[in-house]
Design a protein around this ligand. Sequence first.
Ligand code: ADP
Length: 267
Amino acid sequence: IVDAHVVYVPVSEHHFLVMALLYDITELKEIERMQMDFVGNVSHELKTPITAITGFSETLLQGAMNDPKALNEFLNIIHQESLKLTELVEDILSLARIDASPELKLVEIDLRQFLIELLKSFRPEINKKEIQIYIEIPSGCVVQVDQNKLRHVVNNLVQNAIKYNNRKGKVWLKGTIKKDFWFISVTDNGYGIPKDEKDRIFERFYRIDTSRSRQNGGTGLGLSVVREYVEAMSGKITVESQVGVGSTFTVTFPVVLPKKELNNEAE
Ligand code: ADP
């Protein structure tokens, strides 16, 4: 896409010098389009739970609350939709935060300790679905990370490994330092991801459209936030998966961060 300015410079009474200035605005237009798409998607995603909350509360106020069965059912829907709305707003805020402050706050952590601590908050979900969790991380793996960003990343991956898993499913957390990089991987033996959707799941709002995925209903923003956080820490995220067998998400980071991040640390 090109934007052009044409300038006519008179050089004599009958002659003009025509100068054309061409600007390549492909990238600008692309960013503009992505922002418009994002706003459109956000509005659409917000409207769905808001419509349900408004509709069901109105029905209750108009008299349905006198029927105990309807009262219970509609309140449950209102509660579920409010939770969805909260999750959506939190994900949108996370995305806005990365855009606003990409700098890192680096600290040294022991990987094993960090992950054991993080898993504690999953206890209710793990118990409810009877999930088995295995940790394979040697002690003494000390790495330099932005703790909040890494917590957000692993939380999301573990949450998905539980969410898109069967009852009594298994989740493995592995990690170690290998010479000049370190990694964490989250493996599950759950639903798996179709081959042609493996790249798309990192797009904002993308969800795999199977009835099982829909039932678990997320925002479709989780993995796009994860990828942005991982890349902000100079890392990479990869996924290996097979439908009906399970998935492994691996995040890999350099042991020595590029200068750019180290400068931020000093600020
Ligand atoms: P959501 O909020 O829907 O969970 P994500 O961005 O975290 O959004 O994930 C996008 C989609 O990728 C999900 O809707 C789900 O279909 C698929 N997905 C993510 N993690 C897994 C997993 N561990 N196993 C199977 N499918 C997954």
